[in-house]
Write a protein that binds this ligand. Structure first.
Ligand SMILES: [Zn+2]
Length: 358
């Protein structure tokens, strides 16, 4: 019995842990948002506070594994949504990188930045990035790129303002001219291209950081850096003047600019081969999983009670019921499992008895 309980605790999935840890941060963020006095930010603050507190159902796989689905606010500053997205992105990107390392692809990790000052608004910087990125994808250089993942990251620094930058991982086309160059030469090429593009928007910035990803160990570090967070939530304890402040320490004015500046920005973007592979994977997963909403879970119970099921149907319903119960318990939602599936033991006993008896 004790062994079983331990196993259940070990199975405790992301969503409950994330929800508990991040609720505190969200409370602080909501407080700052309320302090802006802005109506739309007040509404967002209310949504952030509620984020993750409602369970909408479970996603179940044929083998009984799956996950609990919670209602999410999907707002940019939300710590809970950020963590959920990061976890998903880590798994997905790791799969892509592992595949590429196996087929010996040339993978490059680079960080394009943009010259800025305390006077630049986040919105203006975002616009400049958008323009430069679009032009970059039209260059001859980019014709030799087979796949990429691009992530935007934003940090607030009280000395020099919003430090927005991209982290990019890309795969060069096998056998292409670029793929035969040294890392140093590649750095020159990408550096020059980015310098030209950023000069055109009045922010000349060369690429100063480009490296090859050659093995699993390097890849793990790079994936971490690519997906860790969009914005720092805490201010580092050892902060000196030149380091950034986390979102929990924004002034109301900074928070207002942050929320408005990030609004609707799709910070993670896949391109070309990886985008296609992600889509194929998503379609496959859709077939693999079945979604049981709260209402449908209740309906499972009703099916057993009705007693009109064939033996196969009853077995399937019981298996789904057990799997859903395990998932909910593993997420610290035993009470919900009991509420939805708990109270009709005699009916379950009868159905089970009937199944055992044939
Ligand atoms: Zn959220």
């Amino acid at each position: 019995m004790r062994k079983r309980r331990r196993k259940q605790r070990a199975r405790r999935t992301d969503s409950a842990a994330i929800f508990e840890d991040k609720a505190k941060i969200n409370g602080k963020l909501a407080e700052i948002m309320m302090a802006t006095g802005d109506r739309s930010l007040k509404k967002r603050a209310a949504d952030i506070l509620k984020c993750g507190s409602t369970v909408i159902g479970v996603l179940l796989k044929g083998d009984g594994s799956g996950r609990v689905c919670r209602e999410r606010c999907n707002l940019r500053p939300c710590a809970s949504c950020d963590a959920v997205k990061s976890a998903l992105e880590t798994r997905r990107l790791s799969r892509r990188v592992t595949e590429e390392l196996k087929s010996k692809s040339v993978l490059l990790f680079w960080t394009p930045t943009m010259r800025h000052t305390i006077k630049d608004s986040l919105w203006a910087l975002r616009k400049a990035y958008k323009t430069c990125w679009k032009r970059l994808t039209n260059t001859t250089l980019w014709k030799e790129v087979a796949a990429y993942f691009r992530r935007a990251e934003v940090e607030r620094n009280r000395n020099n303002g919003w430090n927005a930058h991209f982290h990019v991982l890309l795969k060069l086309k096998p056998g292409s001219r670029l793929s035969k160059l040294s890392t140093k030469k590649l750095q020159e090429k990408f550096g020059l291209a980015w310098l030209r593009l950023t000069s055109k928007v009045g922010r000349p910035s060369p690429v100063t950081r480009l490296k090859r990803v050659r093995n699993k160990r390097q890849a793990e570090g790079v994936v971490m850096e690519l997906v860790k967070y969009v914005t720092k939530q805490y201010t580092s304890a050892k902060r000196n003047e030149s380091e950034g402040v986390g979102a929990c320490d924004y002034t109301p004015a900074e928070m207002f600019e942050y929320v408005m500046g990030m609004n609707g920005w799709n910070v993670s973007r896949y391109g070309r081969e990886w985008r296609a592979r992600n889509r194929a994977e998503r379609l496959l997963a859709k077939k693999e999983f079945q979604f049981y909403g709260i209402g449908e879970i209740g309906a499972l119970e009703a099916k057993l009670i009705s007693g009109t099921l064939t033996r196969e149907e009853a077995e399937a319903v019981l298996a789904a019921r057990r799997a859903i119960q395990n998932l909910l318990r593993g997420d610290g939602l035993g009470w919900l499992a009991d509420e939805l599936l708990g109270g009709r033991k005699e009916w379950i006993d009868r159905a089970t008895g009937e199944i055992v008896g044939g």
